[in-house]
Write a protein that binds this ligand. Structure first.
Ligand SMILES: [Zn+2]
Length: 687
């Protein structure tokens, strides 16, 4: 076929993706494709929705629920590629599109969830649900769909719906700006150092700093950036108290620097709008609204867990602080321990107490070996195999593996994108380019893990800290939740579960990193290839509860402030800095510890709403994961086949087939208690 000269080349986002594994044609993509592609995909989805709502036939499960489940495929495809790039390989062009597209998507979702004719059909089916002859999965889809629509405001009157729609659009724009502001502050900062400023830094930290300086146009020098692995490493090792303070201040001031990237006014507006939305929907606060559809059910239940942990964590952190202050004094330091000293002296104390130092451990945690370790764990638990495949992706640092099961059947594609770069948002996350489902044939997932590990200098192996390795296992656990998904209906697939349940598969997976047979096999020295000596391994595992008072306080303070700010009945004119300070004072936050994420850069809460009034979820899920790993411990085999099979059936492959409490009970035979969590964090005796 020949093309006429006038014909515009087709938009590769909208044509069928026929490349390997049905991957998007990344090489042919240009940011300019997204605007028109979104426009067309949104219109196509809208037309599908209108047809469902206007169907003259009486509502049936097929003509309403199945039709909804199969609608919007083009939009799913365009949006999934776009948001992968917006998170992992963004730039001015993508950011500009993101600012335009996020309110468009919000408007589109509003129109969908506030469509009264469509809702009338769903409500009719829901009222007749017991007489429709539905399977358990179909009943669950109907129930979840009905809940989504009601919670979005579908049952409200028109004026309230109009106000909700305006609020949602505004919140979407604010969320985009919030994340972009944090990224801008991170990009704008680099502490450029010379050889003489590096006292205390081990080789791997120097190498990473040298590579970061080179990327920023300072070859031969060293840069400390606000990527967590860069600045936390510096705070842990740098003997220069003055420089530690500088880096720390820049780190905690992200989003709070005045000027165009200051996030405080955005937060105040978002909190106010979320509160108003909750009241429109009949709740007294956003937290009440949010938790009503979570496993926890109420803010009081979440707070009950956090308060119990907080009380114990403060006691433990107090003892840790005293030990660190003693170390300062013993060294002749005439100053009170400050937040920028904690990690440095904790590292020293750890070294002294356990004869262990990060620089000694790190060569044993090579990125590639840890990836293999995560794969091997999945093989032993679930019979999965991973084969590297050479396929075109969006960035040269991203890698892909084909995943197959024990019978050789294709399970999905796994993409790992591990290194920090300036075009990537901070943090670590799992996302997908395609989710599993069976409604449109046997659709296999394409799952990504995105991390921010320091990239080594050319020719050097990438080395991880033990925490980085844990992050890798964590995200891989989310990845398996997507890869092993085995449901029919797309809206129930993989990680589409409540946010206080979604961290169970990820946090549970972290436990296998510490299983001795995995560590012995995969923690091998980067230079000698020798496995980690048993004595070192024992000492490493003995440090598990070291500094956990600090880590628990740093996290729990965030979870409590999140619940507090989203429990305000009416945010009025909120002074974010004062609010945060007052709440921390009220809860007796130790002066030497700063929240893991201060409000002005707390992306879980404000860069989108994923974890708003939901940061407690990590702790809630940790109660589950600590208890769930006990199920293996009780058999004496960390890979016990029968337990692994139940884990796969009811958790990793089950998506949102069941209510989370029911799913957990089906796996474990009972609901968890908090005991395993307290023991895991070394808080059982701190009262
Ligand atoms: Zn997670």
């Amino acid at each position: 076929m020949t093309q006429t000269p006038q014909a515009k080349p087709e938009n590769p986002l909208l044509t069928a993706w026929t490349g390997a594994f049905g991957l998007p044609p990344f090489a042919a993509l240009d940011p300019g494709h997204f605007g028109p592609a979104f426009e067309q995909a949104l219109a196509a989805h809208r037309a599908e929705i209108d047809a469902i709502a206007a169907n003259p036939a009486a509502p049936s499960f097929d003509n309403t629920i199945v039709a909804l489940e199969t609608s919007g495929r083009a939009l799913d495809r365009v949006a999934s590629v776009f948001f992968v790039l917006a998170g992992a390989d963004t730039g001015d062009a993508i950011e500009a599109i993101e600012r335009d597209v996020s309110p468009l998507l919000a408007r589109h979702n509003n129109a969908l969830y506030l469509d009264r004719a469509l809702y009338a059909r769903i409500a009719d089916l829901y009222a007749r649900r017991d007489s429709l002859g539905l399977s358990a999965e179909q009943a669950r889809v109907l129930d979840r769909t009905h809940t989504h629509f009601v919670r979005a405001g579908a049952a409200l009157d028109k004026p309230k719906q109009d106000r909700l729609a305006a609020i949602n659009e505004r919140l979407a724009s604010l969320g985009t700006s919030f994340g972009q502001n944090v990224l801008a502050d991170e990009k704008a900062y680099a502490l450029i150092l010379n050889e003489a400023d590096l006292a205390g830094l081990p080789d791997f930290a120097r190498d990473a700093a040298r590579a970061a300086a080179e990327e920023r146009g300072h070859p031969g020098q060293f840069a400390i950036t606000l990527a967590r692995s860069s600045c936390e490493g510096f705070l842990q090792f740098s003997a220069r108290r003055d420089l530690r303070e500088k880096v720390f201040q820049a780190w905690i001031k992200r989003g709070e620097n005045g000027g165009a990237t200051d996030n405080r006014a955005l937060i105040a507006e978002m909190v106010r709008l979320r509160g108003e939305r909750a009241r429109l929907l009949g709740f007294t606060s956003y937290a009440g609204y949010r938790l009503d559809d979570q496993m926890a059910r109420t803010p009081a239940a979440a707070r009950g867990l956090l308060d119990e942990v907080w009380r114990r964590a403060r006691v433990k952190a107090g003892a840790e602080r005293d030990a660190l202050q003693q170390l300062v004094t013993d060294e002749g330091g005439n100053f009170a321990l400050a937040p920028w000293d904690w990690r440095y002296y904790a590292e020293k104390l750890r070294k002294a107490k356990y004869d262990l130092d990060e620089a000694e451990i790190k060569p044993y945690f090579q990125l590639d070996r840890m990836i293999e370790a995560a794969f091997e764990t999945a093989r032993r638990l679930f019979g999965l195999s991973f084969k590297p495949v050479d396929v075109p992706l969006y960035h040269p640092d991203a890698r892909a593996w084909e995943v197959t099961d024990a019978t050789g059947r294709h399970v999905g594609l796994f993409i790992g994108d591990y290194f920090a770069r300036t075009s990537k948002h901070s943090g670590a996350w799992m996302t997908s380019l395609r989710d599993q489902e069976k409604l449109s044939g046997d659709v296999r997932p394409i799952i990504l893990n995105v991390c921010n590990f320091s990239k080594p200098a050319a020719g050097e192996p990438a080395l991880l800290s033990f925490d980085d390795a844990r992050t890798l296992f964590h995200e891989f656990g989310h990845g398996l939740h997507g890869l092993l998904s085995n449901v029919t209906y797309p809206s129930l697939a993989g990680t589409a579960v409540s946010s206080d349940f979604v961290e169970l598969p990820s946090q549970l997976y972290e436990h296998w990193l510490e299983v001795p047979e995995i560590l012995q096999q995969y923690a091998r020295h980067a230079v000698t290839g020798e496995p980690m000596p048993k004595a070192l391994l024992d000492r490493l595992l003995a440090t598990r509860t070291f500094n956990q008072g600090f880590a628990t306080v740093e996290y729990t303070a965030c979870a409590l402030v999140d619940l507090d700010i989203h429990s305000l009945p009416d945010a009025g004119t909120l002074d974010v800095t004062a609010f945060e300070r007052e709440r921390l004072t009220d809860m007796n936050m130790p002066a030497e510890i700063v929240m893991r994420h201060r409000l002005p850069h707390f992306q879980h809460l404000f860069s989108g709403g994923g974890y708003a009034a939901g940061y407690y979820s990590y702790m809630w899920s940790e109660v589950l994961d600590a208890d769930a790993f006990q199920a293996f411990a009780e058999t004496g085999n960390a890979f016990d086949p029968a337990t692994a099979q139940r884990l796969r059936d009811y958790i990793y492959s089950a998506g949102n087939l069941r209510d989370p409490a029911e799913a957990y009970k089906a796996f474990r035979g009972k609901l968890p208690s908090v005991d395993a969590l307290l023991k895991k964090r070394g808080l059982a005796d701190a009262a």
